[in-house]
Design a protein around this ligand. Structure first.
Ligand SMILES: [Zn+2]
Length: 142
């Protein structure tokens, strides 16, 4: 999964505008790479609360590219992040394999403790809490 952030960066790095070399601190190249890594990390670990990954990453990095590159930047970002998102949504064990962190259901039990059952990958709730995912979709659509 972390290859994805590097792939995004590699496809875009030639177009990055670097106009502050004389200032201390991270270069624009480094800022773009860090933003890609942060977006992929968030997508991997917090996908269900990350509503528009492509738009978010694009907004984070677009300032480092010339006007003529904006559409290409968005397309590259969207292609890789959509791929990553589909991958995570269709492979229940992907997050565990990638992060070593076991995914748990997003719901809270009646006792107020987190539900620890294995969630379904497409919405992050276990089979007995699927109704919460439906409520959420209604709330989003409203
Ligand atoms: Zn549950």
């Amino acid at each position: 999964m972390y290859q994805i952030s590097r792939s995004i960066y590699r496809e875009l790095e030639a177009e990055i505008v670097e106009d502050r070399q004389w200032i201390d601190g991270p270069s624009n190249h480094e800022k773009v790479l860090r933003a890609c890594e942060a977006a992929v990390h968030r997508l991997t670990t917090d996908r269900h609360y990350f509503a528009r990954p492509s738009r978010t990453l694009f907004n984070d990095i677009r300032a480092f590219f010339p006007m003529s590159s904006q559409l290409h930047v968005y397309r590259v970002v969207d292609r890789y992040l959509s791929f990553a998102s589909d991958y995570l949504a269709t492979r229940p064990t992907a997050v565990l394999e990638l992060t070593g962190v076991k995914q748990e259901c997003r719901a809270t039990t009646r006792k107020g403790t987190p539900c620890q059952r294995m969630p379904l990958p497409h919405n992050g709730y276990c089979p007995s809490h699927q109704h919460l995912a439906e409520t959420e979709e209604v709330a989003l659509a409203a």
